[in-house]
Design a binder for this molecule. Structure first.
Ligand SMILES: Cc1cc2nc3c(=O)[nH]c(=O)nc-3n(C[C@H](O)[C@H](O)[C@H](O)COP(=O)(O)OP(=O)(O)OC[C@H]3O[C@@H](n4cnc5c(N)ncnc54)[C@H](O)[C@@H]3O)c2cc1C
Length: 369
């Protein structure tokens, strides 16, 4: 089998700290990047208004042609230096708080192969299975739920999901976040990537894919000189404004289709909070299924299949005049069921698969001292 290919589509749960260290080793060792670890304390502007250099606490002055702002919520360059406007999306998506905790699991216990998201009275809980622990957390809206009540809900979930862990041994980390993004992501000679560009709550985990897409778009459209940079910036800004709109729409769809009756859920369904484009699509999807013509970007973050999955999975209306399945469709569905049965009988469990990867990694290390 080709490297990284699998019997089915899959996604990774990454240990962020280990991945960062590995990327750093690769960048420095293989690509010849200079890695300077320091705190940026000042920005020098050139005559044109571009950033000429950043200054560090250690006394370095780092000049550059293009600066990538990856300073997280601090947004040192795009916000601090350029003062690019922040577009607040919290009237559409109300969540602004999270609690996160690592819950140890018994050795050899099964690892679920998907993230489980469970709706709660004013938000939702994520539950991610890893070999030695489960990453569990709660996302909620401070307008509707106090922090202590959210923690009580999270503890209650953990007590039921992982009963052998003493609840007092866990201390959830409290996080708060602004929901929104910059009006522009690329201004002058500065491109914002990651949290400095924006953050929308983690339902459907769109943050890292936005980072990857930003870097991919930069690489594919890398300015050869300062002359063309403003054109690249304008195109990038247009594309990524659309991408952020899409993330907002897709997440909002989950809330719009909910049937829960607490104040939080009713507020999330309030028609005045629904973006006009999504309202139009919902109207359309009562008449015909979500299709690729509704999502014309060549590399949509969420393709039509994702919308169909959420729409029909959450009880969205089936168009009244949809013709009955043809014999060819029935055959395809039968084949799908057959494939599911045969894969279920031969594929290893998630723990067995991860265990074999870890063992293979260890063997490789021994072979290359
Ligand atoms: C519990 C949790 C689970 C998550 N799960 C997912 C997920 O499943 N999928 C997903 O897509 N996203 C997920 N996210 C979100 C994702 O992790 C973040 O969006 C991403 O890590 C942001 O990366 P960043 O580099 O933009 O910001 P950060 O990780 O905040 O990094 C910013 C860096 O800039 C540095 N910095 C700030 N100021 C200065 C300065 N003056 N000088 C030098 N350095 C400075 C900071 O020290 C920091 O290292 C999760 C987040 C959390 C908290």
């Amino acid at each position: 089998m080709a490297p990284y290919s699998g019997a089915l589509n899959y996604a990774y749960h990454l240990d962020a700290a280990k991945l960062a260290a590995r990327l750093s080793r690769h960048a420095v060792g293989t690509l010849g990047v200079t890695h300077l670890q320091d705190k940026v304390v000042a920005v020098d502007a050139g005559e044109s208004g571009d950033i000429a250099a950043v200054r560090t606490r250690g006394g370095e002055r780092v000049e550059g042609d293009l600066f990538i702002d990856c300073s997280g919520h601090a947004a040192l360059l795009i916000g601090g230096h350029y003062g690019v406007e922040w577009i607040n999306r919290s009237p559409i998506l109300a969540n602004d708080r999270a609690l996160a905790v690592q819950v140890p699991v018994a050795e050899g216990s099964p690892i679920q192969s998907q993230t489980i998201g469970t709706a709660q009275e004013a938000g939702w809980i994520w539950d991610i299975g890893l070999p030695s622990r489960r990453g569990i957390g709660c996302v909620y809206a401070s307008r509707f739920l106090e922090d202590d009540k959210a923690e009580a809900i999270l503890r209650d979930y953990i007590a039921r999901a992982v009963p052998d862990v003493p609840p007092d041994s866990l201390t959830p980390r409290r996080l708060s976040f602004p929901t929104g993004h910059r009006a522009e992501f690329w201004r002058g000679n500065c491109l914002a990537v990651g949290l400095s560009a924006g953050f929308i709550e983690p339902l459907e985990a769109s943050a890292i894919v936005m980072i990857e897409l930003s870097l991919g778009a930069l690489i594919d459209n890398f300015p050869a000189s300062r002359l063309a940079m403003d054109v690249h910036a304008a195109r990038f800004n247009e594309l990524f404004r659309t991408r952020w709109d899409r993330v907002v729409d897709f997440l909002k769809l989950h809330y719009l289709l909910s049937r829960r009756d607490e104040p939080y859920w009713r507020a999330q369904r309030d028609p005045t909070t629904v973006p006009p484009r999504l309202a139009e699509l919902v109207e359309l999807w009562r008449d015909q299924p979500p299709s690729r013509y509704d999502l014309p970007l060549t590399d949509e973050i969420f393709p039509a299949a994702s919308y169909q999955y959420v729409w029909y999975g959450m009880g969205g209306a089936v168009p009244p005049h949809l013709p009955p399945p043809t014999p060819a469709m029935r055959t395809q569905l039968d084949q799908l069921r057959q494939r599911t049965r045969s894969l279920l009988s031969v594929l290893p469990s998630n723990r067995a698969l991860l265990g074999s990867h870890v063992a293979a990694g260890a063997r490789e290390k021994v072979a290359q001292p």
